[in-house]
Design a binder for this molecule. Structure first.
Ligand code: NA7
Length: 531
């Protein structure tokens, strides 16, 4: 097979990769997207589990780079389900004629920087490519975490992972089903599976907070209102810390009286989903304020769940929002059904998986299907699982062994001309992902264009700026309650991973910073460094 030569290789055909392809191709670069799956969609291709949907309203969880696109597309629900989001991405790909430059069923096996040529050598399952730039649009939650349960291979029933759901319809009718994990994926899927299955066993290690989505058909009046002023609507979101509308409140919970807090929490519980945490400005800054919101949410669980013992087990004990907050459609209500049983893994740990099911505590649960809803090696896993080698053959996995260091979540020292979209050190998972990735795509494309126009061949971050930036990322997190529990924000869900806080908190200051860096000719990065 002949060696292909390109300006840019983009890894991943999700939201980021598609927009990157459109941007860079429009600027005259030769580009290809390399995609492991047999179709586009990224997260929205892989996460097809029942009940999968976005938890940021679709009018915001969508591209804004093209006004005609955002005017033409109509979402059918407030929070769209996975099939509709995938349909949207296919529409975007067709509208901008993207598919012809996407190589499907091609997995990147290795990416090596050739220092002599200043080129990346990319080896995929389909062939080899030499490229000036490599952009990793691999997603923050795309490397599934499969815990090393003893006997997992012995299970003879249907084994599923929510993050790698089959494309064929999975029907649980008349089945006994076990699901391990109670994060967002499980919380979304449990109400749907419970309606189908004969019996559903939920194995919980940590009870989680979840806010009702109050999802429903798109309100035509609201849609028309947003569309009548879409650019301004988007601009307002950029001014919010999380890049999400409806969270820009300045009042403090600790300064309000009990009645005021009750009313406000109730309003946000019933209307805002993730924006529940925006009820007051101090919820993620002050432990006392946070506990007020947490105790409100715990009381809600006790109001919904009829069995007091089950309600207690489902009541989270940690700081609200410190693990990714979940948004559901009937999660706690599902535990009022006779065919749903909750098993507390703290008192009944999983001993092993058997051919028929699993042993937890002293009991064996025989099931037809076993679902692992055990999350992802978040933010870094999709990168470290590829053999990426920079200067002097240094592997990214080794370089990040004691912690992922990146400048602005965009560039990594020793890895010249390699960019990451929503990489560690950027707001990414603590923001509305679609605008955040669009911001990165715009920044990266402009940088590559600027280099072409200014005769620069190589751009690279340095250890010094990365240290400084990641220190700031952690200092900002220290001002909040985000570090007060185990979460995938800080690597604690993966045993062998460095425990460090990865996302930068605060969309407006971050946007200001990267804009300023670009305006000052990519301040902090070095160009054309010799070996
Ligand atoms: P999450 O949020 O990481 O949830 C994973 C769940 O799996 C969580 O409840 C974990 O418990 C549990 N888990 C993980 N490993 C184990 C083991 N070994 N034993 C028992 N339970 C385990 O992943 P999701 O896929 O639900 O959501 C990811 C994001 O996708 C979500 O936030 C949205 O942004 C979309 P733990 O809490 O660690 O005790």
């Amino acid at each position: 097979m002949s060696l292909r030569k390109l300006d840019v290789v983009i890894v991943g055909a999700g939201f980021s990769g598609l927009f990157l392809l459109h941007k860079l191709r429009s600027s005259g670069f030769s580009v290809a997207v390399i995609e492991k799956a047999d179709q586009l969609g990224g997260t929205w291709h892989w996460n097809r589990y029942p009940g999968a949907r976005c938890d940021i309203p679709s009018l915001q969880y969508s591209y804004q780079f093209d006004e005609d696109l955002q005017q033409d597309w109509n979402w059918s629900e407030k929070y769209s389900a996975q099939p509709e989001i995938l349909e949207y991405l296919n529409h975007v790909a067709d509208r901008f004629d993207l598919k012809k430059d996407i190589e499907f069923n091609a997995e990147v096996i290795s990416a090596r920087f050739n220092e002599e040529k200043s080129l990346w050598e990319i080896k995929t399952s389909q062939g080899e490519i030499e490229t000036k730039f490599c952009v990793m649009a691999t997603g923050c939650l795309s490397a599934p975490n499969t815990p090393d349960f003893k006997g997992l291979d012995d299970f003879e029933g249907q084994l599923l992972h929510t993050g790698k759901w089959p494309q064929t319809q999975v029907d649980f009718t008349d089945e006994s089903v076990a699901i391990i994990g109670t994060g967002s994926s499980s919380i979304q899927s449990i109400p749907v599976i419970a309606e189908q299955a004969k019996h559903l066993y939920v194995f919980q290690r940590t009870a989680n907070y979840s806010i009702p989505s109050n999802n429903g058909p798109m309100d035509p009046e609201q849609e028309a209102e947003v569309k009548s002023r879409y650019p301004e609507f988007r601009k307002e979101n950029w001014e919010n810390g999380f890049g999400i509308a409806g969270m820009a409140i300045e009042e403090m919970a600790v300064e309000d009286d009990e009645q005021g807090r009750k009313e406000k929490f109730n309003h946000h519980w019933e209307n805002e989903g993730l924006g529940f945490l925006g009820a007051y400005a101090d919820l993620m800054l002050d432990k006392e304020a946070n506990e007020m919101a947490a105790s409100f949410a715990r009381n809600k669980v006790k109001e919904i769940v009829k069995d007091a013992e089950v309600a207690e087990l489902l009541s989270p004990k940690f700081t609200i929002g410190c693990k990714r907050l979940c948004v559901d459609s009937g999660y706690f209500e599902a535990f009022n059904r006779d065919n749903v049983t909750l098993i507390d893994l703290n008192t009944n740990p999983i001993n092993c998986i058997t051919s028929k099911g699993l042993m937890a505590g002293q009991e064996e649960y025989s099931v037809d299907s076993l679902i692992l809803a055990t999350g992802f090696d978040a933010m870094t896993g999709a990168l470290t699982r590829i053999d990426i080698r920079g200067r002097k053959g240094i592997s990214l996995k080794d370089q990040w062994k004691d912690g992922a260091k990146s400048y602005l979540g965009l560039g990594i020292s020793n890895f010249p001309n390699l960019f990451t979209v929503t990489g560690p050190g950027s707001p990414s998972v603590l923001s509305n992902m679609v605008p955040s990735l669009e911001l990165h795509v715009q920044w990266i494309s402009q940088c590559i264009e600027w280099m072409r126009d200014n005769n620069k061949k190589v751009i690279e971050s340095t250890k010094a700026v990365e240290e400084e930036w990641m220190t700031l990322v952690n200092e900002v997190a220290d001002l909040t309650v985000y570090k007060s529990c185990n979460s995938w924000y800080n690597g604690s869900n993966i045993d062998e991973k460095a425990k460090e806080f990865l996302p930068f908190i605060g969309v407006p200051p971050y946007t200001e910073k990267i804009t300023e860096v670009a305006e000052q000719n990519y301040q902090g990065f070095v160009f054309d460094k010799t070996n």
